[in-house]
Every structure is written in structure tokens, then in C-alpha cells.
Write a protein that binds this ligand. Structure first.
Ligand code: NAD
Ligand code: AKB
Length: 329
């Protein structure tokens, strides 16, 4: 049995997932035991409630310094350049996503850390992957630099586990929908932006086409699967860096129809962005997450209607208070 997680360094803690994950980890492990870090200066609730620092994950020296100073035993590496930004600057995507993960794994090996978690993505799949109910083991073949870094990251995590005994874990997140930090630089971002525009203006021009079905997950489920995998007994795991996880799949049209059940006048139009459309077209439409369910008991709580109701309730309350864009986890 592997030792338990005690002192966690979250890298990329200012991002869409890192912000809410830091809050959730502090609630579970204690505020002083979760050190938030990012290339960007951290502020707001994250900086007020627990330890934080500025850290560039591409610098091994900075990472070593943080590990020693805070007696870290676990790293959650959320720092990344996502799919759309990765196509604008593939060199930066390689540097942050690959060299950042390599530094994390090497540091874990040398400092004998208890655990590393670094997410993968549905971007690990490509145009030749089966589109429906995509299996755990299948053709990958991503065509974006982001996807290439995600497949490489999965393989690196598995290699470090087998070769050096580093307990490195990862999940292939679908598009994550959340109400606290707006996403940026990704292809699934439309599924968050649509809610802000629906509440603020009653309309949204979507950059993906009406039939673009993609796998998605609401943030509470993202936090749950991340923390459940982090805490799963290593002896139960047959996979390590590449767990498929799923919750729901929908097209922009289906999402708009669900929003209209709450806001009947909501109007959806299309201004298709060819770059992000071609990325979306290369990804699966739905995911088979049986291995995660069997190996560590994964089960999502939010389907499309429950997610839409909760998002609209949260954002409408903030909009009515004149604070739509002022959220903080
Ligand atoms: P994000 O872009 O919102 O946040 C990433 C954070 O990393 C940012 O705060 C950024 O400042 C930071 N960062 C960038 N370069 C850095 C560096 N050199 N050193 C330290 N920090 C740096 O991303 P996110 O959506 O929160 O994604 C977190 C992880 O989850 C990523 O690995 C991403 O690939 C994965 N993922 C996200 C989604 C999603 O829909 N959000 C879906 C699938 C996978
Ligand atoms: C993106 O769209 O790039 C991310 C992802 C699915 O990895 N949200």
C-alpha cells in the first residue's frame, strides 16, 4: 500500500480547474497543507486562505525550491497550454506541457514524492479514434500539438510508474464547465461562455457548429474524479496516467435547448471558427469510462439538465448582484 497524500503543491492554481481544485483540496486536506502556485500572481480567496507562491513549472530549480521549502509530498500539475492556444504557439505548448511534466516527474523521482497527478484530455484522441463511446484502449493519433503533449504525458506517467516506481496518475478530462473562472485557450470554452452570454444578453454566437457533439463534465464532478483518483489505493489501479472519465455529451443545439427551458427567449446563432471547429471534429463525441468506474469507483453526479440548472442559478444570482464576472471560488 502506498503512503497517504499529506502536503500538496498545486501548479497552475490560477486556472479554470486549479482555482476550484485548490479550494476543494484545502477543505479536505487542510488549508496549510495545500500550496497554490502559478506563473501568474495569485490573488483573491486562494491567496487569502492558504500558502501560495509564484512558480514557473518549466524551471526545475524553482520547483525543487518549492518542494524543499514546503516539505511537499504530492504535486498536482494543472499548468498547461490548451488546444486552441497550443495551435497558435505549438512551441510554447510543448515547453509547458512536456518540459513542465518532465520536471514534475523527475522531481518526484529524486525527492521520492508520494504521488503526482497530471490531467490528460479527450484531446489525446484523433480523427481515426472511434467517435462514439470511445474505449479506454484504442487508436489515439491526435492532430493538435496539445493532443500530442497529452499522449506523451500519459506515456511518461506510465513510464515513471513502471521504471522508477513514481506513483503518477492522470485522467482524460472532457470539456469542463464551471461558474467561477472563465476558461480560455480551449475548444470546449463555448460551453461556458454560452451561460455568461445567456444571462447577460440573452443570446450567444457559438464558434462551433450546431452538430458538434463533445464529451463534457460539470466542475463538481471534475473535482470529485480528481480527488477520488488522487486518493485511490495504488494496488487497485491497472491504469495510471490515462483514465477515461465521462459525465455527459451534447451539441451546442442541445445545450441551447436546455438553457431555453429556463430562459425561453435565449437565442443561439453561429460564427464558426475554422481552427476550433477542426479541432472539435477530430475529438470523440462520447466516452466509455468503464475502467475508472471499475478501478476506483468513478460515478458522475451531474447530467445535462442538472448542470444547466445549477450554472444558471449561480450566474443569474451574480448577474442580479451586478457581479457576473467577479466570481472567486
Ligand atoms: P487553464 O489554462 O485555465 O490554467 C492553466 C494555468 O497554468 C494558468 O493559470 C496558467 O497561468 C498556468 N501556467 C501556464 N504556464 C505555466 C508555467 N510555465 N508554470 C506555471 N503555471 C503555468 O487550464 P485548465 O482548464 O485549468 O486546465 C488544467 C489542466 O486540465 C490542464 O492540464 C488541461 O490540459 C487539463 N484539461 C482541462 C480541460 C478543461 O476543459 N478545462 C479539459 C481537459 C483537460
Ligand atoms: C480544450 O478545449 O482544449 C480543453 C480540453 C478538452 O482539453 N477544454
Amino acid at each position: 500500500m502506498s503512503p497517504s497524500v499529506q502536503k500538496i503543491l498545486v501548479v497552475g492554481a490560477a486556472g479554470q480547474i486549479g482555482t476550484e481544485l485548490t479550494v476543494a483540496l484545502r477543505a479536505r486536506y487542510g488549508a496549510d497543507n495545500v500550496i497554490a502556485s502559478d506563473l501568474r500572481r495569485l490573488g483573491g480567496p486562494i491567496a487569502e486562505v492558504g500558502p501560495y507562491l509564484t512558480l514557473d513549472i518549466t524551471s526545475r530549480a524553482e520547483l525543487d525550491k518549492a518542494i524543499i521549502a514546503h516539505d511537499i509530498d504530492t504535486i498536482i500539475n494543472m499548468a498547461a497550454i490548451l488546444s486552441s492556444d497550443g495551435e497558435k504557439n505549438p512551441q510554447l505548448a510543448w515547453n509547458v506541457n512536456i518540459n513542465g511534466l518532465y520536471n514534475t516527474l523527475e522531481a518526484a523521482r529524486e525527492h521520492k514524492l508520494t504521488r503526482v497527478l497530471c490531467p490528460s484530455s479527450i484531446a489525446a484522441f484523433g480523427p481515426n479514434t472511434p467517435k462514439e463511446n470511445t474505449p479506454q484502449e484504442t487508436i489515439l493519433g491526435p492532430t493538435t500539438m496539445y493532443g500530442i503533449t497529452k499522449v506523451t504525458g500519459e506515456l511518461l506517467c506510465d513510464y515513471y510508474f513502471r521504471r522508477f516506481g513514481v506513483d503518477a496518475r492522470g485522467l482524460r478530462y472532457p470539456g469542463i464547465i464551471s461558474s467561477e473562472v472563465l476558461p480560455s485557450g480551449g475548444t470546449t470554452d463555448y460551453a461556458v461562455e454560452i451561460f455568461y452570454h445567456a444571462v447577460e444578453k440573452g443570446s450567444y454566437a457559438c464558434f462551433l457548429g450546431p452538430e458538434s457533439a463533445l464529451p463534457m463534465m460539470y466542475m463538481p464532478d471534475c473535482l470529485k474524479c480528481t480527488m477520488d483518483l488522487l486518493a485511490a489505493p495504488v494496488e487497485n489501479l491497472k491504469h495510471h496516467g490515462d483514465f477515461n472519465v465521462a459525465a455527459m455529451s451534447f451539441t451546442p443545439e442541445e445545450l441551447a435547448a436546455e438553457i431555453r427551458r429556463h430562459l425561453p427567449d435565449f437565442k443561439l446563432s453561429y460564427e464558426i471558427d475554422p481552427r476550433r471547429q477542426s479541432i472539435a471534429d477530430s475529438w470523440p463525441r462520447s466516452i466509455d469510462d468503464r475502467c475508472a468506474r471499475e478501478e476506483w469507483g468513478w460515478k458522475p453526479s451531474f447530467d445535462l439538465p442538472a448542470m444547466v440548472a445549477d450554472m444558471l442559478e449561480r450566474l443569474s444570482a451574480r448577474h442580479n448582484a451586478g457581479k457576473l464576472y467577479e466570481a472567486g471560488a
